[in-house]
Design a protein around this ligand. Structure first.
Ligand SMILES: Nc1ncnc2c1ncn2[C@@H]1O[C@H](COP(=O)(O)OP(=O)(O)OP(=O)(O)O)[C@@H](O)[C@H]1O
Ligand SMILES: [Mg+2]
Length: 350
């Protein structure tokens, strides 16, 4: 059952599915409706932020609390859909690209299991895993590339239990950075060069480099907005909530900390680009897409452009939907909603 759930490409049979993104400091919910003539309209979004951490090492800390919050968010935004799609944080998932010869299904499954035993630092009985065939290997003839995804059972079971409590049926479980890279691909369709996507969140900054549909490289850095808020709280001896307000006001009293944050994030993005082009000299990174609440820190985008020499822009998830829906009143949500929005587009197309 849960093996099926972890199937990254497993589309639900339901034709409408609510996307739910549980971050370190917030929950976002999004419902898209499919239009008869094709494409989606944004039907509803909900977003709540919390002072306390919701996740620890990718585990939901308090399933009963999340269950209640999901239920009340759905109710207050008029979402009645029971089928749900969610995503694990990239840092709690192990993904690996492996090249394999063409094999019959059974032999392939045996080989994948062996591969998983090699790459996963836990006993097989403690994890769920699945794989996805990405296509032919361009360099090695007769070989295909697979993407193997594995997560600890306790994390997946924790998500299932929380959704159950909310009366939701968790039928798709993705990985947050893949939701971002898929959305970038769907919206901007970059051709002829690689692009970097960075989700600068509350506890983590997820970075991916994508070439057309292939995710070439992902990296998680434990830098996020919560750290800045925590520093303001302890240095200025104020509550977390007060510190968060000071951060958002971005006055002189917090500008040093914000500058440090900007330069750390930008330097990690720059290192990632340099590493990528050093290992793949024929590739260039032509564009950077930024998202996540903490990408809004004033000056971050410009600093990234200056350090890398690559044009950057904020990912606009609303380009994925037709106009005339809730996005017209939800401009502020643009930086927060991408993962949940993409998840809500995951359904059976057949
Ligand atoms: N205008 C803003 N300026 C600076 N920081 C902001 C702004 N708006 C939101 N943030 C910060 O963004 C963070 C929340 O971002 P986001 O919703 O992407 O995180 P998350 O998904 O909950 O966490 P994670 O992805 O790390 O698990 C908070 O730390 C918040 O303070
Ligand atoms: Mg997030």
């Amino acid at each position: 059952m849960a093996n099926r759930i972890l199937n990254k490409l497993g589309f639900t049979k339901e034709n409408e599915i609510v996307g739910v993104d549980i971050g370190a400091a917030s929950i976002k919910m999004c419902l898209l409706k499919k239009m008869k003539e094709g494409g989606f309209i944004l039907s509803a979004t909900a977003h709540r932020s919390y002072d306390e951490d919701l996740l620890h090492d990718g585990n939901i800390i308090d399933g009963a609390f999340i269950g209640r919050e999901l239920k009340s968010m759905a109710a207050s935004s008029g979402i009645k859909t029971r089928a749900a799609a969610s995503a694990l944080s990239s840092y709690s998932v192990i993904t690996k690209r492996v090249a394999m010869p063409f094999l019959e299904r059974e032999a392939l499954e045996d080989s994948v299991r062996l591969e998983v035993e090699n790459i996963i630092p836990f006993p097989l009985k403690e994890i769920y895993y699945s794989y996805y065939i990405m296509g032919m290997d361009e360099e090695k003839e007769g070989m295909m590339n697979l993407l193997v995804v594995a997560a600890k059972k306790e994390i997946v079971d924790g998500y299932m239990a929380a959704f159950d409590l909310a009366g939701l049926d968790l039928s798709v479980l993705d990985v947050d950075i893949f939701a971002i890279t898929n959305l970038v691909d769907e919206i901007y369709k970059p051709k002829g060069f690689s692009v970097l996507a960075a989700d600068v969140g509350a506890s983590v900054t997820n970075i991916a480099i994508v070439k057309e549909v292939n995710v070439e490289f992902t990296r998680e850095i434990l830098i996020g907005g919560k750290y800045v808020t925590g520093e303001i709280a302890s240095r200025q001896n104020v509550s977390y909530r007060e510190a968060e307000e000071r951060k958002l006001k971005a006055g002189d009293d917090v500008s040093d900390l914000l500058q440090d944050f900007i330069s750390n994030v930008s330097s990690e993005i720059n290192k990632t680009v340099n590493f990528y082009v050093a290992t793949k000299p024929r590739e260039t990174v032509g564009k950077i897409y930024l998202t996540g609440g903490s990408s809004r820190v004033t000056g971050l985008k410009e600093r990234v452009e200056k350090d890398t020499g690559i044009p950057a822009e904020f990912l606009d998830p609303y380009l994925f939907v037709k106009s005339g829906g809730a996005e017209e009143t939800e401009e502020e949500e643009k930086y927060a909603v991408p993962v949940a929005l993409y998840l809500s587009s995951r359904r059976d197309e057949s």
